[in-house]
Design a protein around this ligand. Structure first.
Ligand code: NI
Length: 141
């Protein structure tokens, strides 16, 4: 078993707020990310697939095909977009890194047939990132 990762980047804006919260509670909960007119991030996305090495190719999968899939399903849809309003698959969720990572997983998981999607790592900044492995709390206890 080997793990193979493709890294991609995109730029997008968002505003974190919960419409059911008061203005004061939104400001207290989300801080600077609650700025009324939004703000931007240079996101870095790392998608990791695990699988067996094919003895005929020496590869788990075709990285060009993985890149094309991620670009079509994710990057082209979010790059230079406002994540609150421009992205259909993010409607109805607060666009935190956590929620974005889960939605990204759901978008590409059904389309990866060579190897198994293992991990989505999403950096919102150099110091802040989330990891999603498709697990729920129930599945790990
Ligand atoms: Ni933010």
């Amino acid at each position: 078993m080997i793990y193979i990762t493709r890294r991609l980047e995109f730029c997008a804006s968002h505003r974190l707020f919960n419409p059911s919260f008061s203005d004061e509670k939104n400001a207290a909960t989300f801080g600077l990310c609650n700025n009324p007119n939004g703000h931007g991030h240079n996101y870095v996305l790392e998608v990791t697939v695990k699988g067996e090495v094919d003895p005929e190719t020496g590869m788990v999968l075709d990285l060009k095909a993985l890149k094309k899939l991620i670009n079509e399903k994710i990057i082209d849809r979010v790059d230079h977009k406002n994540l609150n309003v421009d992205v259909d698959f993010l409607q109805g969720v607060i666009p935190t890194a956590e929620n974005i990572a889960i939605k990204f997983w759901e978008r590409i998981k059904p389309h990866i047939h060579n190897g198994t999607l293992c991990e989505i790592k999403l950096y919102e900044s150099e110091r802040n990132f989330v990891i999603y492995r498709g697990e729920s709390i129930e599945s790990i206890h």
